[in-house]
Design a protein. Structure first.
Length: 298
């Protein structure tokens, strides 16, 4: 986690250093007066270790380091800009430069006006209405379980373009023919496809994840029967769904509406006062396997 340090004391950040070392990764935030604050990240460092002593690094290891560094740069940027907004009412934008790619990065910080979406009512949310058994309704588009894979990917690309985020990212997720995701604000909209008995690849799962805190611009909301699934405390969402006649089954931090093909995932730390952090919808005729939603961010 990033310790914002000087930012919390009212001094604007000026530079950020991100470094990967054999024992892990760390970040240093430097303020305009030259004060520094270091924070360490949990996780593996930059040296491949097989226990064999001297074994060469596999060819995929450098790519793994690049992906880790990318995720950490994004996490640092989000946490630092949130801290700057809390302390100074403005946001911090980091422009990164590679010092020793992929393990050493320096970022120059520029302050800008706060994003309008930080203030309630300024920016309309990106609402995804889930319709169990049918699919989802998006602004200006539909994602139905009858949708062929190429059309699903075209729709996902259109969402990325509308939200001003990178194009869909493909990743391997066991059990599916294909899996791709895009960013919506600070959330992620992901689609998975599967092949039917007729050999045609169609949309088979719609999944959304959102981290706690500010949801970005635009805010992504998932609704079923008018209930905001990822915005209210988990206990309130469950109570509302039961009042609407849904049969709710709990399993650990997972809540399932088996008849609807809907699954809700609670936060990593237990507590019904916190909102759910992820939701997935599959056709109810297909039993939903117990999966943890794919998370690509560090």
């Amino acid at each position: 986690m990033v310790d914002e340090g000087a930012t919390e004391r009212g001094r604007a950040p000026a530079r950020v250093l991100l470094q990967g070392e054999p024992d892990g990764w760390h970040c240093v935030v430097v303020d305009g007066a030259g004060g520094e604050r270091r924070s360490d990240f949990a996780g593996a460092g930059t040296r491949w270790s097989t226990g064999g002593g001297g074994d060469p690094e596999p060819p995929w290891w450098r790519r793994r380091l690049a992906e880790t560094a990318e995720g950490l740069r994004e996490a640092v940027a989000e946490r630092l800009t949130d801290a700057t907004f809390r302390a100074l009412g403005v946001e911090a934008v980091i422009t990164w430069f590679a010092v020793d790619e992929p393990v050493a990065w320096e970022g120059l910080v520029t302050l800008r006006e706060a994003d309008p979406a930080r203030f309630p009512g300024r920016v309309a949310p990106f609402v995804i209405t889930l319709e169990p058994g049918r699919g989802a309704l998006l602004p200006e588009a539909n994602l139905l379980f009858s949708t062929h894979a190429p059309d699903a990917w075209t729709t996902l690309a259109a969402v990325a373009e509308r939200c001003g985020t990178p194009p869909p990212k493909a990743s391997l997720l066991c059990g599916w023919a294909d899996h791709r995701s895009v960013r919506v604000g600070r959330g992620t909209l992901a689609l998975s496809t599967d092949r039917g008995e007729d050999g045609v690849e169609r949309l088979a799962e719609i999944c959304g994840t959102r981290s706690p805190g500010w949801s970005g611009n635009p805010e992504m909301r998932f609704r079923v029967d008018g209930v905001d699934l990822l915005d209210e405390p988990a206990r309130d969402v469950v109570a509302l769904l039961r009042e609407l006649g849904h049969e709710v089954v709990r399993r650990g931090r997972t809540v399932r509406l088996a008849a609807s093909g809907l699954t809700l995932y609670g936060p990593d730390l237990p507590g019904d006062a916190e909102p759910f952090t992820a939701v997935s919808l599959q056709p109810p005729a297909v039993p939903a396997p117990h999966r943890t939603p794919h998370r690509s961010r560090a």
